[in-house]
Design a protein around this ligand. Sequence first.
Ligand code: FES
Length: 176
Amino acid sequence: MENNSRRGFMGKAFGAVAAVGAVGSLVAMKKTWDPLPSVKAAGFTTLDMTTYQEGVMVTEKWRGKPIFVLKKSAEVMENEKGNPEAEARNIKIGNDNFMVAIGLCTHLGCIPAFRPDENDFLCACHGGMFDASGLVKKVPPPRGFDIPPFKIDGTNLILGEVGPEWQSMKDNGVTL
Ligand code: FES
C-alpha cells in the first residue's frame, strides 16, 4: 500500500516535471519564431537624399532587393515636362527630383544597367529598356519599374514605410 502511494507520488512528480519541460520548449520555439530586433529594423532603410549627385545612378539595397536611386538632372526634368506618366512617378525632396525604384526588370527580373549617356536603363536579358523615370521605353517589360513603399521625412527617404506620396502613387495605379 505504501509502495503504491509512493509510486503514485513519483508518477505525479514526473508528470509535473515533464509539463514544465514542455512549456520550456514552447517558449524556446516561440523565441526562435520571433524575428530578432535587428531583422525587424532591417525592414526599413533610410536614405539621406542630400548625398546623391545629379545624373549619377546609385544602387541601394532594401529587403534584399536592389533599389535604383537617380537624382534627375535639369535636362531629364525638361524632357519629362508634359509627360503626366513620368511626372506622376517623380519623387520631389526639397528642390531635388528623384527616380527611386526597385531595380528589377518587370519582364523576368533581371537587373538592368544604367546608361548615363542615354539617361536610360538597358536590360541585357531580352533587350527591354526603361527611361530615367522608370517607364518602359522598349518592350518586353510589361510595366515600368515598381516603386518601393516610401515615406519622405525631411531630406530623408524611408524605404519600407508608407507615406502619403507613395500611397497616392499606389491609389493612382502608378505602382503596384
Ligand atoms: S528580363 Fe528584362 S527584358 Fe526580359
